[in-house]
Design a binder for this molecule. Sequence first.
Ligand SMILES: Nc1ncnc2c1ncn2[C@@H]1O[C@H](COP(=O)(O)OP(=O)(O)O)[C@@H](O)[C@H]1O
Ligand SMILES: [Mg+2]
Length: 504
Amino acid sequence: MEYVPNEPNAAKLINSLRNTGYTSYAAIEDIIDNSIDADAKTIRVFVEHKNNELRVIIADDGIGMDEEVLDQALRLGSLTDREEMSDLGKYGMGLCTASISMARRLEVLTREKGGQLYYGAQDLDDVVSKNKFIKIQREANRTDENLFEGKIGAHGTVVVLSKVDRLSDSNVAQFATKLTRDLGRIYRKFIEAGVKFYVNEKKVEMSDPLWLNDKKTQIYSDEEYDLPRSITGGRKESIRVKIALLPEMSDALMKELKINIPSQGFYILRNNREIADGLSLGVFIKHGDFNRLRIELSFSASLDNEMGVRFSKDGVDPNQGITDLLKQELGGQIASIRKIVKRTQQADSSSSVDHSDSEAVIAKKAKLLIVPEAEIEKRSPRKNTSEKRTRKDGDDSITRTPHKTQLSPKGMGARFETESRGREGVLYECAQEGKVIVIRWNSDHPFYDQIVFPNKSSKGIISGLDYLIFALASAELKVTNDDNVELLGNVKSIMSSNLRALLS
Ligand SMILES: Nc1ncnc2c1ncn2[C@@H]1O[C@H](COP(=O)(O)OP(=O)(O)O)[C@@H](O)[C@H]1O
Ligand SMILES: [Mg+2]
């Protein structure tokens, strides 16, 4: 049989290779993986926006490349040695495909210890105009040397992505901030082992989604599970699963730290590098009850096929055998964790402060009180549930504890609730809802936390405090108008702040 060459159409191919599913975050991380594989101890990322030109630079102090390796590295499908159990690379496509997914030009400067500095470049526009896979490779010149030494020093590799036309966020500063945060989590095991990362000269701090360094985190289990040989083609393989329940905390703090539905669930580590976060993997159904549940699943790259690792290394799609195993081994544990969470939630609401006595007295004495006129037309429809409403993800409302209000014969009433507005929030908010003055104590304010709540069993003290807040709130509602609303807001915030200072 006689074969003839069958070259791909370079211009078409390179343009479609821009769409292999990388976000710019995943692309940069894939390039960083090469630095880790090259034993770098320091990795510096620069996202530079100068003279209307956007450049992304990834510099490492790893082993660098000689001429032949650089020649391979700039090819689609490079032939280089890889170590399956530890290397983060895989297909020999990462450098080129990751680069062109976000930038039209890739330049590489690289030097082995004591070696020569080499320069290589691939420009998408040249490939398209010549319709051929072409590149530049030569010994570096003075300008290259200055750039190399400015970015990293003696040996290593500097990857320069220029003509960046597809950054995942048009706001460069915002992009750098998210990248910094993601790197701290994705490479946490390497940071822990001493590798240093910088983004625009700012050190990347390690961030552990399992909060393992927090004494209040409960490690629910930490086990190695052998996979049945029927799903691994006869190989002996295992995965490690660590289940953690983050400490209890206020709703406001959970919100601030984004401990929510998207962040709950599985964090997947491949050869110690995170490739996916916040997944349910079909093992449980995401729900607010699981916000504090974090599961780290680690595997080695020898399981890439079974785990369904994506080309861009930012996602997994495990096969049925693996999800079945996870359901069987973890299903019961996750159900028990839900019970623990529910129990603490119930304990929280049963230990809430009872304001019904104060409400009854206010209703009874309504005629003697100077209160604002009822604003029936402004009444907002509200559900009268006696249970805590739990926040849905993305819903900005605040967890409240509403209950039935007592009305006087004249129909005027007060209702006390608590809500979580953060430690820095005002002590209370008030509103008139129809004939009812609703007062919402801020359960995070130190005055509530240290004075009101601890006295919940002394009815006299609670009533006294409720009356004080009711008197302030009704006065506020009575005199508020468009002209003084801001002034009154200031008074309340200074009052809350002084009280906070006195109790801190
Ligand atoms: N920063 C780097 N330092 C040293 N060698 C590198 C670096 N980046 C790429 N290489 C070399 O280029 C090869 C190709 O990289 P890449 O295209 O990402 O594929 P892979 O990582 O799957 O091997 C690597 O195997 C490595 O030999
Ligand atoms: Mg790679």
